[in-house]
Write a protein that binds this ligand. Structure first.
Ligand code: GDP
Length: 195
């Protein structure tokens, strides 16, 4: 996909701040530090546009990026950050569930997982929510460059098994460092927004 335009639109704290122009939305979730901002920057070929999202503790905002006036990338707050209070965790859960349950323009959720680690309980919980709300999901296994190529298959299998990935959901190997997976991910996004 040729990127002609990419801009940050809003950090939405309340649903009434979500854009109302009905462009399709692709949401991204993952634990903090998993490489979500790097992945967004890689997708839209900007070095630093997605930075705000990685501020730990900002558990209650969805960051909207508009790409080519065609699609929004919606960055969820990173979860799993140790210093977040219980109240913030509850608010995070409420915001995400409300979004997943009722957000009509949401076409596809990307769940970002670090190739090196078994998906955490929160990753598993997130995937369960997604399936509960019947959201088409693509599991993006990132930081592929951090382990030898010979181990990629084994780690992808481990991720699929731990999350109990639905065979209808795609799994993409990614590296923001090397650019692996970028084209494949755009193909999946384009297919999702075309339907
Ligand atoms: P976020 O908190 O999920 O938004 O994570 P960031 O995108 O800020 O990335 C966290 C750290 O991982 C940073 O130091 C990145 O440079 C690094 N990182 C992200 N993606 C990759 C990747 O694909 N490969 C490697 N080697 N490092 C990565």
């Amino acid at each position: 996909m040729k990127i002609t335009q990419a801009e940050f639109v809003i950090s939405a704290v309340k649903p009434h701040q979500y854009p109302e122009d009905a462009l399709p939305e692709i949401a991204l979730a993952g634990r903090s530090n998993v490489g979500k901002s790097s992945l967004i920057n890689k997708l839209i070929l900007r070095k630093n546009l997605a930075r705000t999202s990685s501020q730990p503790g900002k558990t209650q905002q969805l960051n909207y990026y508009r790409v080519n006036d065609q699609v929004y990338l919606v960055d969820f707050p990173g979860y799993g950050y140790a210093k977040v209070s219980k109240t913030q965790r509850v608010l995070f859960g409420e915001m995400i569930e409300r979004y997943l349950q009722g957000r009509e323009p949401l076409k596809l959720q990307l769940l970002i997982i670090d190739i090196r680690h078994e998906p955490s309980e929160q990753d598993q919980q997130m995937y369960k929510w997604l399936k509960h709300y019947e959201i088409p999901t693509c599991v993006v296994v990132t930081k592929a460059d951090k382990i030898p190529k010979s181990k990629w298959d084994k780690h992808i299998k481990m991720v699929k098994k731990t999350l109990e990935v639905d065979p209808r959901d795609s799994v993409v190997l990614f590296s923001s460092e090397l650019g692996i997976g970028r084209e494949q991910l755009w193909d999946i996004i384009n297919e999702a927004i075309a339907t």
